[in-house]
Design a protein around this ligand. Structure first.
Ligand SMILES: Cc1cc2nc3c(=O)[nH]c(=O)nc-3n(C[C@H](O)[C@H](O)[C@H](O)COP(=O)(O)O)c2cc1C
Length: 316
């Protein structure tokens, strides 16, 4: 359905994984080899999906993960997703490279809980300003992504472009063949901008196409545990480290004083060949128990997938 509705270049951006997409496939097949052994005859008249997470109560053990460029799929998609999360009663994570500002999302969801995903930029003033803005807008949790300092090698995605972020002719024509999308996304305001970080970008370069080059250049490839300690000192709320796959790194996050980790391989979009996040839980869960919130993503598509992760020790 999404493939029919969206131009090819947007579909590929969402759908494609890195290189041979082995990790992308493994994220799904990991769910095949974990099976339930249910206890029979347990009274389950009362069912309650609520789950405490990082100082709040979530209606169920589910969080909307951060995804950049949502506004390319639907007009004001970040706000729509945040409103859907607010209605259900679960947290929503706004990407650094969102097409709406943190402030606008927070204003549109007064009863919601919006977390800020942070890409750490080389210009530390940008990061400090993002933290201050999030705090002022009532944010209690930041999610620092540590597995994407360089853009993953997504070949299907890349093939849509002539050079840089300029679409090739086939994909330009294909976009015009999707009038419903064009009407929804392009007619209201043209190519969406990186609204959340537009104020830090050179004048006129915040559009999602040429702005992507600015973001790639600004990404701090020196990001390390010292940077996280620096962040820890500047952020009074919950700090969640997103991009952990080993027990040793989970232990470092505990030692740092993080409140949570996201065990993830970025949905198979970054380093192809990494292990599925679900399998990583076996070693990581014992390190986290009673110390920090254990969040997991990559390959989750159904409620039963979530139940498997909970059985393996995840909180959400
Ligand atoms: C289209 C798309 C954009 C994404 N953008 C971001 C992002 O801006 N920041 C981030 O930390 N993770 C980003 N991710 C990774 C997700 O937060 C999450 O880790 C991943 O999608 C989980 O795997 P799944 O796609 O199999 O559910 C993105 C994922 C997708 C599919």
């Amino acid at each position: 359905m999404a493939q029919r509705r969206l131009p090819n270049f947007i579909f590929e951006y969402v759908d494609s994984g890195a290189e041979d997409e082995r990790t992308l496939a493994a994220n799904r097949s990991a769910f095949d080899h974990w099976r339930f052994v249910p206890d029979a005859l347990v009274d389950c008249q009362q069912r309650d999906l609520r789950q405490p997470i990082l100082g709040g109560i979530s209606a169920c053990p589910l969080i909307v993960a951060p995804t950049g460029y949502n506004g390319m799929q639907r007009d004001k998609a970040d706000i729509k997703l945040a409103q859907a999360a607010e209605e259900i009663g679960i947290p929503f994570t706004l990407s650094t490279v969102a097409n709406s500002t943190f402030e606008d999302v927070a204003r549109a969801t007064p009863k919601g809980r919006t977390w800020l995903q942070l890409y750490v930029m080389q210009d530390r003033a940008i990061t400090e300003n993002l933290l201050a803005r999030a705090k002022d807008a009532g944010c209690d949790t930041i999610v620092v992504t540590v597995d994407a300092v360089h853009y993953g090698n997504r070949e299907w995605d890349r093939r849509c472009y002539r050079d840089g972020m300029s679409l090739n002719l086939r994909n330009k024509l294909d976009a015009l063949m999707h009038p419903r999308w064009f009407w929804d996304v392009m007619v209201p305001g043209g190519v969406p901008t990186f609204a959340n970080i537009a104020q830090y970008m050179p004048q006129g370069q915040a559009r999602a196409d040429n702005g992507a080059i600015f973001v790639a250049r600004q990404m701090d490839a020196r990001l390390n545990w010292e940077t996280l300690a620096w962040l820890r000192d500047r952020w009074p709320g919950n700090l969640v480290v997103k991009g952990i796959l080993s027990a040793a790194d989970a232990q470092r996050a505990v030692d740092l004083g993080a409140q949570g980790i996201v065990v993830t391989n970025h949905g198979g979009r970054q380093l192809d060949g990494t292990i599925p996040a679900l399998d990583a839980l076996v070693d990581i869960a014992p390190v986290c128990r009673d110390k920090l919130a254990l969040i997991v993503d990559s390959g989750f598509r159904r409620g039963t997938d979530i139940v498997k992760a909970l059985c393996l020790g995840a909180d959400s």
